[in-house]
Design a protein around this ligand. Structure first.
Ligand code: MN
Length: 266
């Protein structure tokens, strides 16, 4: 269940190279419809990240990803130009020697090998344990921890099923775009209902993850309830979502360095 990659431990976050911090973000929900959020991400990649050893994106970077073939669609195709622009932007991180690790969220779980290659990113399985500055940390998007929402967990199992994914990817791009649009509209409603306890992580799922991963620190996103919780088994950090196209803009990131973890504004 828990993947620990030894070479990763050495390269990105191991003992040999501890001076530059690790940054964690999630739930940017990037789309061409949210220009200020996109601008904030551009600033984060081009300026903020320069200090970092690596950037970890823990899911829902994009509002929806209908398949890597969007990267080959003509620029006249809505979203193709945007997808390529964001991918090119992320690739500049590796050009500057900054690692980029991407985990799937519940909206962009179709980000595939072609995207990873073009973005200069490495896909992380979920959950994933890293070691940075002597601290073992388990990373997750967080939707898998919301086990009180049975209907959603059933959808999640289907959405992450490879056969179901292959069937979806075999549909024409425009059909997939329509499905993405409808899911987006539906989850806007879901976002409103987000305050109900059903849409938060459960004590049981969090406890099981801490125990299975042999860690005492968890970082996840998804719930849009940024906080630092002291749980029985360890500390649970919840990443903020980014939304800069509203009256009260929000967003932020976590930074891990020799001082430990801390939440910072954009
Ligand atoms: Mn999510």
């Amino acid at each position: 269940m828990i993947a620990t990659n030894a070479s990763f431990d050495r390269g990105a976050a191991g003992a040999a190279k501890q001076s530059r911090p690790l940054f964690f973000i999630s739930d940017l929900h990037l789309s061409e419809a949210l220009p200020n959020t996109v601008t904030a991400f551009e600033h984060f990649v081009e300026v903020t990240a320069n200090e970092a050893d690596s950037v970890f994106i823990l899911g829902d970077l994009f509002e929806f990803w209908i398949g890597d073939d969007i990267l080959d669609a003509p620029s006249s195709h809505p979203r193709a130009a945007f997808a390529r622009r964001m991918t090119r932007l992320m690739h500049t991180l590796s050009e500057r020697g900054i690692g980029l690790y991407v985990m799937h969220g519940n909206r962009d779980f179709l980000l595939g090998p072609r995207f990873m290659k073009d973005a200069g990113a490495m896909l992380l399985p979920e959950p994933f344990v890293i070691t940075g500055f002597g601290k073992r940390i388990v990373l997750a998007h967080g939707d898998g921890l919301c086990t009180a929402d049975r209907g959603y967990q059933a959808f999640r199992a289907l959405a992450r099923n490879r056969i179901a994914q292959r069937l979806f990817l075999a549909l024409p791009l425009d059909t997939r775009m329509g499905v993405g649009q409808r899911m987006r509209t539906k989850s806007e409603g879901g976002r409103m209902a987000g305050a109900a306890p059903k849409y938060d992580v459960t004590r049981k799922a969090v406890s099981e993850l801490f125990i299975a991963s042999h860690t005492h620190t968890l970082i996840h996103g998804h719930t849009h309830r940024p906080a630092m919780h002291r749980e029985v088994e360890g500390v649970r950090w919840v990443l903020p979502d980014w939304e800069l196209d509203v009256a009260a803009p929000r967003g932020g990131y976590l930074r891990l360095d020799e001082q430990g973890l801390r939440a910072l504004p954009l």
